[in-house]
Write a protein of this length. Sequence first.
Lengths: 199, 199
Amino acid sequence: MSKPAYHHGDLRTALLDAGEALLAERGLEGFTLRELARRVGVSNAAPAHHFPDVAALLTELAANGFERLTQAMATAAAPCADPVARLVAIGRAYVATAIARPAIFRLMFHSKRVHLASPRLLAASAEAYGALRGALAALPAATPRAYADTALAWCVVHGFAVLCIEGGLQHDPAFGAPEDWSTPLEAVLQRMVRGLGAG
Amino acid sequence: MSKPAYHHGDLRTALLDAGEALLAERGLEGFTLRELARRVGVSNAAPAHHFPDVAALLTELAANGFERLTQAMATAAAPCADPVARLVAIGRAYVATAIARPAIFRLMFHSKRVHLASPRLLAASAEAYGALRGALAALPAATPRAYADTALAWCVVHGFAVLCIEGGLQHDPAFGAPEDWSTPLEAVLQRMVRGLGAG
DNA sequence: CTTGTCATCTTGTCATCGTCAAGATCAGGA
DNA sequence: TCCTGATCTTGACGATGACAAGATGACAAG
């Protein structure tokens, strides 16, 4: 139980859990394999038997992040009957997920510290994109939504999330403290659906 | 001339120039102070006399990037008389700048390897935001453009640039090869101004 | 021309990092 | 009971950022 067994038991998931915490605490640049091993109470070479690289571990965390993003969007959209409300809810969930775990969001999109060719990572990110795309396709329109609509919404939501995390919006005097992102997000999303509706 | 003088002469700018090249070649994660010193033909401790940190050097590069971005947007907008065309031109310049130097763009927005509190960096980024904001304010509208419009355009352009650089758009089957970003960008920008006009 | 000052650059060192090789430990089936 | 293989530790290597101490030389004062 509490005795430090030579065999950890479930080191792999312990590394992933602690890795997520470490990522949240130190950020991506402060993430260190040795520190992670230290926290789990294991030698620095132990993770090598479960992940060939640091990149492999981070790839796993990124894939988990994409899966969580997909799920968050799905549960946010579920109770909304109106397609427009559904799209807005998805956008909210997207940004909320990014802000809840900025380091993991950065890891998912802006990092060269992951194995980009990993099938798991590719599948997870494709699924997340599919969720947003699906919400767009359900919008009421005479013609099927064009590429521009999907890409526009994707860019708006992702751009807001990124700028919010990185503090890029703080130059705008109308944008208050970084922690109350909800109000500006609502304004942007409403403005977006208004514009999309007028296409 | 070609003899390795003990005193370099203008090591500071040489470091900045080589640093930009190294950043373009190896990316942000592959950037190393020692490798930079090696390329300039100088010992590894030499940069310390011109930049207290690696972060200080990268901060300078990021500030230069913001200034170049501002200038690119200005020159792109100059020949456009129509405010809408002006906004589109600015968006194009923004994305083009990001794609021309992805590593520096990442450095500007997504990096914790810079000194965020640097006055030079803050001023440069504020100026870049001001350029985009100015183009929005000039749009023809009865009422002054609200916050949502500015933020929306900012998010669209920035989101497109980021997704383009990081390969996030490649999941969209309508988005072809990563190198021909011009066509999709045009579609998104046209869709954006159409939506904004309908506000 | 000489001298001295001080910025500039080098050398050497330290802690830390990711990764590898070799050995120790233990679980579970033959 | 034993032994095979997975799991973990120890120790090491090269590389990195930062620091201390010494070498070099540009430049102004005398």
